[in-house]
Write a protein that binds this ligand. Sequence first.
Ligand code: XMP
Length: 586
Amino acid sequence: MNDPALEPQIYILDTGGQYTHLIARKVRELGVYAEVVASETETSRFSKAKGLIISGGPSSVYEDGSPTIDGALLRAGIPVLGICYGQQLMAYRLDGAVTKGVKGEYGLAHLDIAGASPLFRGVANHQQVWMSHRDTVTAPPTGYSVLASTDTCAVAAIGNEATRQYGVQFHPEVVHTTEGLKILRNFVFAICGCTEDWQPASRIPVVEQQIRDVAGDRNIFFFVSGGVDSTVAYTLCLRALGEARVHGAYVDTGLMREGETEFVRGIFDSLGARHFRIELAQEEFLGALDGVTEPERKRKIIGEKFVEIQETVLESGPYLDGQWILGQGTIYPDTIESGGTAKADLIKTHHNRVAGIQKLIDAKRIVEPLASFYKDEVREIGRELGLPAAFLDRHPFPGPGLGIRCLGAERDEPIEVIDGGWIAPVHSVGVQGDSRSYRPVLIVDHLDHAHATEAINANQRVNRVIGIVGRNLPMDRLSVIASGISPDRMDRLRHADAVVRRLSLEADFESQVWQFPVVLIPVGGDGLPDSVVLRPIHSVDGMTAQSVVMPKPLLHRMRDALLAIPGVAAVFYDLTHKPPGTIEWE
Ligand code: XMP
């Protein structure tokens, strides 16, 4: 559900790049409503648009079936900005020249701007930009001039002032392009003539009216996760229809963090949600996961259990009759029209869209009040609705919960000593290119982030590297111990996770990281069956991530507290960036 009450001034034409949504978010940050559509969308759809941005993407214009644009698009008189592949596509579709690259250019570059152009007004003549491309434009189309270059890219920006069409080889939407936002601002306001029309919090009355329109005389049922999206969506529905007409349930899977269920209960009590229930299903989930160690099977079992429990809940009340529709916290990047094909799905199966619920979606018995908003915008709405900051600023948490942070092993196995470290046959998921890997982990005796990627490249058998923080046993007494998800191990992980979160909050480290998973691995000995891995990371959207260095005093406090937990043999620090590791181990 895009916002029907608002016509986008800018459309982003998606050519499959990982930054497509980032472009739309940046335009909206400028106060201008933008939506993402498929690059091939017919030009007639844009009759009311003030401007178009063609995104970057991984393809080459010379590949069969690579993303393209409608033939009439560049003749429609609408201002266009092509970014990266977008620029190449413009040049290719007109009469410019695109040259196939072999090596490519990835990372920071210095841009030299050649002369005056509305696109670069107020921008320094020399500036840092972010490049990520293989092919390049080598000759601009007729009517276009070269506006900027770098050492390795002679045509880094092109423009045609008569048609108001521009292209840039670099990425103005990423933070590493220092003046990127200024360039987007020039395009959106000076070139396209947009006016500010977008302020998420001011949309609240419109969204509430949409909820009333979709619901009609029907009521709304919600499954909430305790996350920001479903809670904000629920709150909007409560305001729109009143508490008597909005019912909800939260499933306690037994895979939750310590205190989570009580926390969720507290939030919904304070919202005045009288018809909100907590479904206790710990035994069902733990029982179904007994002895299962393969990550995709775990995810599948957890997903199927969710559906089963949700169906039981729906059948326990009047919720399947025509008087009820389902509320969902879906946000804009997850919607199909916006090209919501999270790359992560190729690597790991997410289960936010479960099959049983798909039936209700197909029957249009569904309301998604946040389907036109980005995460930051949802937080802004939540703030306006009076939800507490401590809740709105929570880190993302995976649907399958601690279940995918409690690793098992099918059999006892030794840890292998190698030159410069150890290889433990505890497998975790990684991502290289767009492919999934599932490999053992390298253990090293230092916390040197600088050499982590190097160490993985030098050991093709592994996809992740962890450093020793502290141990209760010498390394030669540690081995991999056969185990699965058990109540004991879940309690141990919950305990470790709570200790880390408390210390991290106290030291104000929590606000400096994007996410901080704590993982339990079956590495131990002498009656201490498990080890704990710390995984603090920085990220913008979870697609890529960097392992973060933690202040030493905090690390030492965590080490001592974790080594004191019964059953913990050692504490490790995950030094792996994404890629080649994923954020979660499974
Ligand atoms: P990975 O591990 O793929 O994670 O690097 C990227 C981001 O996605 C989160 N994640 C999930 N979120 N359902 C979710 O809602 C899931 O099944 C799921 N698996 C991973 C992960 O925590 C990180 O923020």
